[in-house]
Design a protein. Structure first.
Length: 348
């Protein structure tokens, strides 16, 4: 328990422009000091100076949102040797307890006192760079998908005979054809407007395609540096491996393989009724991590003999394919966690 290790807990409710802090004494649970500082380097230094004045002795910082508004303060405190704990989303009883930034800071501090498993913030450095690359690539992929859908809709209403000319083309040839076109404004104004719109969307899609491929190369190179052992597993590609590294972060952050399965939404949930005993998949947790596990299984079910044989054996035992997939996803979460936690150390 944290109460046996520290004398004070400093709760932090971070926001974009300011952070609210509350120093709570562990023994009594009383609020010793409250403050609000600016969310910049000067404010972080002032907060640490005030905490050193009012929380002498062993202390820990409990910060809500260490990966968003609290990232700067977390980085500042970690660099100065302070112990920082990650606080999950707080359950606020606003009707009975009220809601202010100061009260949220106190709740953040008191929430870690009752927890037996304390989460440390996700690692920075190369992992943080990988997260930025993954986010940028996902945005490019989504924008490219939206552009292709828009291009398809425009082609439906394109005037003839241009529509008949463009329909047989493959996607690659269509994009190159439209990107190189030069509309003539002296001709039909409807055709001129359609050609301008098609050229604009085609050039946008080509640009996003080049951007996505460049980011994908950077993600693969960084993932191979951080966790090459993941890429040796069947069905685990660079993007799935990158998401595994992002969600897992570093050794010791997730206490057990069961906790990792719960984080991934792969832990079995009892769904029995009467004489029927069954389980279902968890619909909560980190959905991006859950999607990575799903895509690994999709690949393995096509080309991995052991996975195919396991599903067939489970089906012959009376389980549905959905139940067999649930068992597989739980097994996959266990094996990948052990590989990350107990396998070769990740590169730094």
């Amino acid at each position: 328990m944290l109460a046996d290790e520290v004398d004070f807990v400093v709760g932090v409710d971070p926001h974009r422009d300011s952070h609210a802090l509350a120093v709570v004494q562990v023994v009594s649970g009383a609020v010793v000091f409250e403050m609000s500082v600016a969310a910049n380097s000067a404010g972080y230094a002032r907060a640490l100076a005030l905490v050193e004045e009012h929380a002498t002795g062993r202390r820990a910082f409990a910060i809500e949102g260490t990966g968003s508004f609290g990232a700067g303060l977390t980085r500042f405190l970690t660099g100065r040797g302070e112990r920082v704990l990650e606080v999950g989303r707080l359950r606020r009883e606003r009707r009975s307890g009220g809601k202010t930034d100061a009260l949220d800071a106190v709740r953040a501090a008191r929430s870690v006192l009752t927890q037996q498993r304390l989460a440390t913030p996700r690692a920075c450095g190369e992992r943080q760079g990988l997260q930025a690359l993954v986010a940028a690539r996902e945005g490019a992929v989504n924008a490219k998908r939206a552009g292709l859908c828009q291009l398809r809709d425009l082609l439906i209403t394109t005037p003839e005979p241009l529509r008949s000319e463009l329909r047989p083309l493959t996607r690659a040839r269509l994009l190159q054809r439209l990107a190189a076109t030069r509309p003539d404004g002296r001709r039909d104004p409807e055709l001129h407007g359609a050609m301008l719109a098609l050229r604009s969307v085609a050039r946008r899609v080509l640009q996003l395609t080049a951007e996505e491929r460049e980011l994908a190369r950077e993600i693969e190179a960084l993932t191979r540096k951080l966790a090459p052992q993941l890429l040796d597993q069947p069905g685990v590609g660079p993007h799935a491996a990158a998401q595994l590294v992002l969600s897992w972060s570093h050794r010791g952050r997730i206490q057990s393989e069961a906790a990792f399965a719960r984080l991934a939404g792969a832990a079995p949930i009892p769904a029995s009724s009467g004489q029927t005993v069954r389980y279902r998949l968890d619909r909560s947790g980190d959905r991006k991590l859950n999607r990575a596990l799903h895509m690994i299984l999709v690949t393995r079910k096509r080309s991995h003999p052991a996975t195919i044989a396991y599903i067939e054996r489970r089906v012959q035992e009376g389980k549905t394919r959905r139940e067999a997939n649930r068992c597989l996803k739980r097994y996959l979460a266990r094996s990948l966690y052990r590989l990350l936690e107990h396998g070769p150390p990740l590169a730094t």
